[in-house]
Design a protein. Structure first.
Length: 720
């Protein structure tokens, strides 16, 4: 049996790994998949009796389970950050600022203790729970180290503040660390805010996909048409869809002929003409005529629902990249605790008097010096600077994990329409036979097309407007479904449409010429004679060619995978110099090609802008969506290119590489500081007649480490 639950309390990828590690080998547990990004767990069990043991084990680790699918509100972390930082700044003023020792030292310390209490025990509760979990299970993460350090600092400081005479008699250093507790917890919650915001985005893609579908359908029963809820549609029902309405379920046309906007499937802007026997799909939009069709797939079986399921599975199965800090902390925390305990024991057993004072003071110095304030800042500060800089440059990034993924990319896949091209049908070529007044002909064609709502007709009208052509009302107008238009202007009769329309009307193509552009052809005849050809296509974005070259320069392989035909795809590939291409690809086909390229050991980024791209975006190692595209593509992606400037994709990869380099430098600065100063804090220098490191100096050194990390992170502003 399979059970899916929401897991509350995970704060890093290490938490997810700890849960999986704890459940490995448990009797009756066949498979476990914990997803930190969606805060969810998938458990495959032998039978339902095993679940009680599994849930108990997870709760012992300090997490809770819920059936509630509501996403965590990231504003909760931001609110806790503001409360914590506000209290911390007041404590700082009392500890080191103008309020130092006012009204006197004892009362001053007691005030600091009261202000720090809600930070330590309420806002930092998750860290303290990690300590309890560590004691019970032996498993740790960064939260454990933060909890140990802040708890040791608070308990020590509170003891010195309340029992000052006793602490003096024990030889304890008269110093409190309440401000350090506040700042450590504050900045960790700032990092949590950005992580939660990124995780919330993972579910929004599915919500956007579900919004695409129709909510009701028109069913025909015994010749009567009535409206029913979409969930009440059954296979075999005959449904009617009017012009402009969404098709509610998948089916086959039994009556009518109309053009259908299937851009959510193919990504191509031009509608497809469908007639009796043709297939229609849920979520696509009917064009100019009424259609009747028989439902063949409903509910979870529709093509749209398959896309939803695919995206959800791809997100849940996407491997989580463990942060370097979390990986190291699994070993670092037990080592630090062991050193702190060893420090206390050695100083108490063989150290000079006062033994209690020296033992406790040096143990606290070890825990304070090890408390990962700089480590907690290493990733969040770099991510804040990078995402802030990116947003100013028109890039919205989902967080530090997205930046890390961007550094490993060596293959990039583009959709065509709306990504490499403008995504809007427009006239790219207008040819007339010799001897015809081109401007007058364009005016007549546009006057006729202005009576049609077809996307190609609108493109012709827009072209005529740009050319400042005059418009007039036709004397006669007829829409010939699926073929084009027939009209009269003055004494002339015009046919405007596809080649089949003109051939059926007996128009000769003896003077036909070949177009130089690729697209949809609009043929025009005047009084039975072929006179003009318009090509409606999709122009390549001006910045696309330079971007492709930039990607090639940094060793990235390029692909075009499009739902358009092979002729159009090859023209785009040849013009831009793209390495490989696939044409006529459906949404799930695109995802299969992503998997195929990944199976060759390549790290893939997918760039798209439509519903049809959502499965491939979810399946890729890294996904980018054009901000000018659909909400589905944007929500399914890791990076959004706000204004549709495709060259920003290249800028993101440059930014991600430099940002991760700086994050690693920050982690190095943090760990080298811990590695060098923990032995000093433990009293190694004392053996060689050197000085002891008091907790006061440990606190100052910890602050200097944090400053170096922040200063290093600020260099990211100069990357792009």
């Amino acid at each position: 049996m399979e059970i899916n639950k929401k897991i509350i309390g995970m704060s890093c990828a290490g938490c997810a790994a700890n849960i999986e590690k704890a459940l490995v080998g448990m009797d009756g547990v066949e498979k476990t998949a914990i997803n930190f990004a969606t805060e969810s767990g998938q458990f495959v069990l032998r039978d339902e009796n095993v679940w009680a043991n599994v849930s108990s084990k997870i709760e012992d680790l300090g997490f809770s389970l819920s059936d509630e699918r509501k996403e965590k509100d990231e504003s909760d972390d931001l609110r806790k950050f503001f409360i914590s930082i506000s209290l911390s700044l007041i404590i700082f003023l009392l500890a080191m600022g103008p309020l130092k020792n006012l009204p006197n030292q004892k009362i001053n310390w007691l005030i600091q203790m009261v202000l720090a209490l809600p930070i330590w025990i309420w806002i930092g509760l998750s860290f303290q729970k990690s300590v309890i979990s560590f004691i019970k299970t032996g498993q740790s993460n960064m939260n454990t180290l933060i909890g140990i350090g802040t708890s040791a600092a608070y308990i020590y400081s509170a003891f010195v503040s309340i029992f000052s005479q006793t602490s003096i008699s024990l030889g304890l250093t008269q110093r409190v660390y309440f401000e350090a507790i506040g700042f450590i917890i504050s900045f960790v919650f700032l990092g949590h805010f950005f992580e939660t915001k990124a995780k919330k985005k993972a579910k929004e893609a599915l919500n956007s996909l579900l919004e695409i579908g129709a909510k009701t359908a028109w069913i025909i029963k015994d010749g009567v048409v009535e409206e029913i809820q979409i969930q009440d549609v059954q296979v075999g029902d005959v449904l009617r869809v009017r012009p402009g309405e969404k098709i509610p379920v998948d089916g086959k046309i039994v009556k009518g002929r109309s053009s259908i906007d299937e851009s959510m499937i193919s990504g191509e802007p031009l509608p497809v003409v469908k007639e009796v026997g043709g297939s229609v799909f849920a979520g696509t939009i009917n064009g100019e005529s009424v259609l009747e069709f028989k439902a063949q797939k409903v509910g979870k079986d529709t093509f749209l629902s398959q896309i939803v399921t695919f995206v959800e599975n791809a997100q849940n199965n996407k491997p989580q990249i463990q942060r370097l800090a979390d990986q190291i902390s699994g070993y670092f925390v037990p080592v630090v605790v062991a050193i702190a305990i060893a420090t206390f024991v050695l100083w108490f057993l063989v150290g000079p008097d006062p033994r209690w004072g020296n033992a406790i003071s040096n143990m606290i110095a070890v825990l304070v010096i090890a408390c990962p304030c700089a480590l907690g800042l290493a990733t969040p500060t770099a991510v804040v600077v990078a995402t802030g800089r990116a947003s100013m440059k028109g890039l919205l990034i989902g967080g530090g994990e997205v930046i890390e993924k961007g550094t490993k990319i060596n293959s990039i896949i583009f959709d065509k329409t709306g990504t490499l091209t403008e995504g809007k049908p427009k006239v790219v070529e207008f040819k007339v036979i010799e001897g015809v007044d081109k401007k007058k002909l364009l005016s007549d064609i546009a006057s006729i097309e202005s009576y049609s709502e077809h996307p190609i007709a609108r493109a012709v009208v827009k072209y005529a407007e740009d050319e400042e052509a005059d418009f007039d009302d036709p004397d006669m107008f007829e829409n010939i479904s699926g073929k084009g238009l027939e009209a009269e202007i003055g004494e002339s009769t015009y046919l405007v449409g596809n080649r089949k329309l003109l051939e059926e009307k007996g128009v000769s193509f003896k003077d036909e010429f070949s177009p130089s552009k690729v697209g949809s052809y609009v043929y025009v005849s005047k009084d039975g004679k072929f006179v003009s050809l318009l090509v409606v296509g999709d122009e390549i974005k001006p910045e696309a060619k330079k971007m492709i070259q930039d990607f090639h320069n940094i060793g990235i392989e390029t692909w075009l995978i499009t739902g358009d035909n092979e002729v159009v795809a090859k023209e785009v590939v040849d013009e831009l110099g793209i390495h490989n291409f696939v044409a006529n690809a459906l949404p799930l086909d695109k995802a299969k090609y992503v998997d195929q390229i990944k199976s060759e050991g390549k790290k893939v980024v997918m760039i798209g802008d439509g519903v049809n791209d959502a499965p491939a975006l979810a399946k890729a190692d890294l996904s980018m969506a054009m901000g000018t595209g659909t909400d589905v593509a944007i929500n399914a992606s890791d990076v959004t290119i706000v204004h549709g400037d495709i060259h920003k994709a290249y800028e993101f990869l440059v930014l991600s590489r430099e940002t991760l380099k700086i994050i690693k430098q920050n982690l190095f600065l943090s760990f080298i500081y811990n590695t060098l100063l923990i032995p000093v804090a433990a009293g190694v220098l004392y053996v060689f007649d050197g000085p002891l490191m008091s907790p006061v100096f440990a606190s100052i050194a910890m602050g200097m480490s944090s400053i170096s990390v922040v200063a290093n992170s600020l260099r990211i502003r100069n990357v792009i």
